[in-house]
Ligand binder design. Sequence first.
Ligand SMILES: *Cc1c(COP(=O)(O)O)cnc(C)c1O
Length: 355
Amino acid sequence: MGKSNMKTIDLRSDTVTLPTPAMREAIYRAELGDDVFGEDPTTNRLEKMAAERVGKEAALLVASGTMGNLVCLLTHCGRGEEVILGDQSHTFLYEAGGMSALGGIHPHTIANQPDGTMRLEDIEAAIRGDDVHFPRTRLICLENTHNRCNGSALTPQYTDAVAGLAKNRSLAVHLDGARIFNAAVALGVDVKELTRSVDSLSFCLSKGLAAPVGSVVCGSKKFIAQARRIRKVLGGGMRQSGIIAAAGIAALEQMVERIAEDHKNARRLTEGIARIEGLSVDPAKTQTNIVYFDSASERLTAQKLVMELGKKGIKLLPVGPRRLRAVTHYGITAEDIDLTLTVLRELMEGSVAAH
Ligand SMILES: *Cc1c(COP(=O)(O)O)cnc(C)c1O
């Protein structure tokens, strides 16, 4: 069989999505200007649309989710000031330490619970008193959906509770909402319910929404004005950024509701994995489009399983010696999930037989 007619089923991340035909068309037709002069009409339109969508006054297009979080942290905090965030958070683990490297910001991590929350009492206990020995606490960061915690969705009630606590202590709240629309769709709520009580958020256009590039930072007019300066400091002032924004508009208009399909496929994958001997998964934990599971096989470690799957055109991410991650997204069908399950079952049966 020729390898060329084998479809690749890439479940490593929802960042691998390619732009839709409508996005390519929108990019082709985008009206452009110089955005550093505020003159790119398409970028202006995306920013206005994004702000309205999440119920904030203003928004700012940035190059990536990492840049979005960094811009927000640098806008909220000065050097030697402290951020409270989860020990499993993307910002702490996977953003190259940007807050310390570029902002002199001190991360204060507390435990993420398996559902992606941090206990309110843990947050409370982490807030510094007014003492010359301590860094000043400025900010609390939440992540919704929570990538490392099974893509779980934080509820409006929880978000409001953290924001209430923050307000009482004169702190700000930033939401890493890389997949905030996955959370809204999974919970069946308007995204505004998940953003109403936070001071700033960033969300990705280039993940489940399938745009090729970009994230959007949202907040008050005053916050975004300062964030715009910080973005320029970071070299993120872009010129004819309407090329990117055009796809972002199509993403917001056309790609939010279909996320439900990704969640259905993730559930299908989870339930299938639960029935394969040698693999283990907690079905209750799959809420959105991210599935973590473990291999109990001596022979098929995560690395080996990924290699064997790769030979069949199926790509997964090893995230520990026994642990793997699969993410569903635009372009992945129920048939792709079934094929993945068939191959996984065959591999595991082979593995069991070899014992
Ligand atoms: C992917 C991701 C980011 C960063 O986005 P990039 O565009 O890859 O820089 C931030 N936070 C979370 C939770 C993510 O999953």
